[in-house]
Design a protein around this ligand. Structure first.
Ligand code: 5GP
Ligand code: MG
Length: 179
């Protein structure tokens, strides 16, 4: 795996520090512990980000899983969001925080937000680890953003290429012949 990596963009230490900051910032937005908070991680890319984030959020919360995929197989070309597994939890009148790995063209977050808002949550906010500002349209914003990166295809810390490299601890770019 290591031999496929071209460059590391964000190290595990930088990720740990920034995720902790984000967690503090997010938790401060939900001060009322009696009001239901449900985190909706978009699988599978957000799993490691989610796991690190919530362990720094000492507030009452539930998790509701949703799987949306835009890439199938060995490609770096998005095919548009496809709902693979829908959320089962009742989010009516609950605060919802959508957690995703990366905001790229914004199609995924736009799709997820519209699906969830049909179910009348009390609020919907979004947290993403990464954002590619060159591509994201102005109408799709995230309330919490870890890092802004250039428009290149990245892997590691949960993000995959053809389902590999999710376990690489840093955010990195692969060697050109590995795509
Ligand atoms: P969007 O719908 O905003 O274009 O893309 C969001 C989804 O596409 C993300 O949840 C992620 O799964 C995938 N994606 C976008 N850019 C990248 C990237 O650079 N690397 C990887 N591994 N996935 C990406
Ligand atoms: Mg995704």
């Amino acid at each position: 795996m290591e031999t496929d990596i071209d460059r590391i963009l964000i190290t595990d230490r930088e990720l740990a520090q920034r995720v902790k900051e984000l967690a503090t910032q997010i938790a401060a937005c939900y001060p009322d512990e009696d009001t239901g908070l449900i985190l909706v991680p978009i699988l599978s890319g957000s799993i490691i980000f989610l796991a690190d984030l919530i362990r720094h959020m000492p507030i009452k919360m539930k998790l509701g899983l949703m799987t949306v995929s835009s890439y199938s197989g060995a490609t770096t070309e998005s095919q548009g969001p496809k709902l693979e597994m829908d959320l089962e939890e009742d989010i009516h009148d609950q605060h919802v925080l959508v957690v995703d790995d990366i905001l790229d063209t914004g199609k995924t977050l736009r799709f997820v937000r519209s699906k969830l808002s049909e179910r009348n949550p009390r609020s919907i906010r979004t947290a993403v680890l990464l954002r590619k500002p060159e591509k994201a349209p102005p109408d799709v914003t995230a309330d919490f953003v870890g890092f802004e990166i250039a428009d290149e295809f990245v892997v590691g810390y949960g993000l995959d290429y053809d389902d590999h490299y999710r376990n690489f601890p840093h955010i990195a770019v692969l060697k050109p012949d590995c795509y």
